[in-house]
Design a protein around this ligand. Structure first.
Ligand code: K7E
Ligand code: CUA
Length: 644
């Protein structure tokens, strides 16, 4: 445990004590300051700055994490127009996701996820436009979206030993790893029971390195580092000067349980954990790990140099690394300052063993030796982003504002109110070595009625702010489903998505491209159908099976024309899939309901779309047309008796 106090942070905490009690008060629902609803600049200027004329294209893609929707939302910048929802952890009938065998297999038994942090893949510290990774805080997974077709291709997890996969996904500068820290601590391996009284001694968190295949993007379990029972929060990866390191804030240095609101806010400081992931790789290579639940886990006691703790203001949420990698900025939610730490000073302090104690074998570095500056940003600082001109932008949750401050002079030079409690903020290229300096998005919690009323369930509000001049200017309000926590933005010209799946690239062994090759085969009680969809028919358009048969349909949309998507829905069987041009999808179900059921195309694909239909005829077990042997409700028996 830490022994010597970190003097200046205590001083800051005292200075800020009135702020602190104010902040605590303001955290209470209903007490948040109501900002001016109509803060806005020159309307004509703002309109011109965000207007994208019909047929013109936006300059950037925005990828919003969709929070508890389990999805990713895509929009354009600066118009802020929504373009697409990419379903990831939850079924989404709009695109048939979660109904075909391919996506059902990825989802497994889960039907939702909690997506907080999108991470675009990087090469040399810049977004390379290949993949988008997202975390799932709830079911401890990560997923990979391929940006060549904007589809979810892989879901990895639940990750062993991880409880609350919140502190990710963060991608290393050459996409070697996705790094994440666990939010909750539990007895390890997961599935172990230990009384809560043993929390401080026998519960653990972990930092995880998930390896990403450089060619395919395939995710696999790399290694883990055992952590004390702190609640790890948002992180940021070292880059340029600090490449090879990763940083996360943590709260609950008290190792408390119960009402954390009170019990975890007793001390004046919490920690930022600094992990040298290249040293972790080395420790694994030299065998300094033990296996826990199939994962190679490094105990920092056995591998000095892998992890260090840096004290920071209490109850921090975010830590962010500057584009040059020289500084990392950590904010305590209950203190009105944000602290800038020097990466070079951290290295010096480590070399000089300037430690004040340790937590379970992880050295605690002397705060004063690592601190570069304390910036008086305002109330409730959460996250910081950087532009291309040496300015930092910190979101102030309690104050509902963004503070702009200068690296080097550490002075706040501007502040802009936002509509309501701001969480993350995001600048295009914000997590790279080359951020842009045109815009910042304020991702506000709730929308505070800045739209036509839709009753008590409010959407989330994202505000677009111009940061190209000295003064920040509010441009636009946009709304999304709950709940984007963070967003990443990439210049539009860096992505080149396909518009159809080329026939030559469809390697599904069950794809059929010619009506002659379609057909129905029976193997025992398994009926296998090879089907084509093209304007405006399905072939075959009649499938006869016996009640209880397993039916597998390989549906290929043989169109090679942009936009010619066909859906395939089977009434009363709860099936809706969609096949994009050139795509093959697998549909599988047990024909447990007897009778005659129509299948039809769900996408208005041509003038004869309505005619794009067929019949599944299910002969009841007791013989055609009889009511016997049905285990279903009486009207279904009637249907099977031929009343349709
Ligand atoms: Cu909501 Cu990054 Cu999960 Cu901050 S997080 S606000
Ligand atoms: Cu195909 Cu409608």
């Amino acid at each position: 445990m830490i022994s010597k106090g970190a003097s200046s942070i205590v001083k800051s905490a005292v200075q800020a004590s009135f702020l602190l009690s104010m902040a605590l008060l303001l955290f209470l629902p209903g007490c948040a300051p109501k900002p001016k609803v109509h803060q806005r600049g020159d309307i004509a200027q703002a309109a011109a700055a965000t207007y994208v004329a019909p047929g013109d294209l936006d300059q950037y893609y925005i990828f919003y994490s969709g929070g508890q929707s389990g999805s990713v939302f895509v929009a354009g910048l600066p118009s802020m127009r929504p373009i697409l929802t990419i379903p990831v952890f939850a079924p989404y009938p709009a695109t048939g996701y979660g109904y075909d065998q391919e996506s059902k297999a990825m989802l497994g038994k889960y039907t939702w996820g909690d997506v907080h942090h999108p991470a675009l893949s990087q090469t040399k510290g810049d977004y390379d436009g290949r993949w988008l990774f997202v975390n799932d805080n709830a079911n401890n997974r990560v997923a990979r979206i391929d940006l060549h077709d904007f589809k979810t291709k892989e879901i990895f997890g639940p990750i062993p030993n991880v409880s609350g996969n919140h502190g990710g996904a963060f991608v290393t500068p050459n996409s070697e790893y996705l790094l994440a820290a666990s939010r909750f601590s539990v007895p390890l391996p997961k599935g172990t029971y230990l009384p809560i009284e043993q929390y401080a001694t026998n519960y653990h968190g972990v930092v995880t390195g998930l390896a990403v295949d450089a060619k395919t993007g395939h995710i696999s379990l790399g290694w883990q580092v055992l952590m004390p029972p702190l609640d790890f929060d948002i992180g940021s990866l070292g880059k340029a000067a600090s490449e090879g390191w990763a940083f996360w804030t943590s709260y609950n240095a008290e190792r408390a349980t119960g009402k954390l609101e009170v019990t975890s806010t007793q001390r004046d400081r919490d920690y930022i954990v600094a992990v040298n992931w290249k040293a972790a790789e080395q420790a694994i290579k030299s065998g300094k790990y033990k296996m826990i639940d199939g994962a190679k886990v490094i105990d920092p006691r056995d591998a000095p140099g892998v992890a260090f703790l840096v004290p920071c203001s209490k109850s921090p949420h975010g830590v962010d690394v500057t584009p040059d990698g020289k500084y990392f900025v950590g904010s305590g939610k209950l203190v009105g300052i944000t602290t800038v730490f020097s990466f070079a000073k951290l290295q010096q302090a480590i070399a000089a063993k300037n430690f004040t104690g340790n937590e379970d074998g992880i050295p605690v570095v002397n705060y004063d030796a690592v601190k570069e500056a304390e910036v008086n940003v305002g109330l409730g600082p959460l996250h910081t982003q950087f532009d291309d001109k040496g300015y930092a932008y910190t979101s102030l949750y309690v104050e509902s504002a963004i503070a702009k401050w200068k690296l080097g002079t550490w002075e706040v030079v501007d502040k802009i109110p936002v509509s309501y409690n701001i969480g993350h903020l995001a600048i295009p290229g914000g997590d790279t070595v080359h951020p842009d300096g045109k815009y910042v998005l304020a991702l506000n919690k709730l929308s505070h009625g800045r739209h036509l009323s839709v009753g008590p369930a409010q959407p989330e509000d994202t505000q677009l702010i111009d940061i190209s001049g000295d003064k920040m200017k509010l441009l636009y309000d946009a709304f999304t489903e709950p709940e984007p926590h963070y967003a990443e933005m990439i210049p539009a010209d860096r992505l080149h998505p396909i518009e159809v799946y080329a026939q030559a690239e469809n390697h599904d062994p069950n794809a059929v491209w010619d009506v002659q090759h379609t057909g129905i085969k029976r193997e025992g009680n398994h009926v296998v159908v090879h089907m084509t969809a093209v304007r405006s028919n399905f072939e075959p358009n009649k499938i006869e099976v016996n009640q209880g048969d397993l039916v597998t349909i390989y549906l290929t949309n043989i169109e090679q024309t942009t936009n010619e998507i066909h859906g395939w829905a089977l009434e009363e069987y709860n099936i809706q899939i969609a096949a994009d041009p050139g795509e093959t999808k697998t549909i599988e179900f047990v024909a447990d309901k007897p009778g005659v059921f129509a299948y039809y195309c769900t996408k208005f694909c041509s003038a004869l779309h309505q005619e794009m239909q067929g019949y599944l005829l299910v002969k009841p077990k007791g013989g055609a047309g009889t009511k016997t042997a049905s285990t279903h409700g009486s009207h279904e028996q009637l249907a099977s008796a031929g009343s349709r």
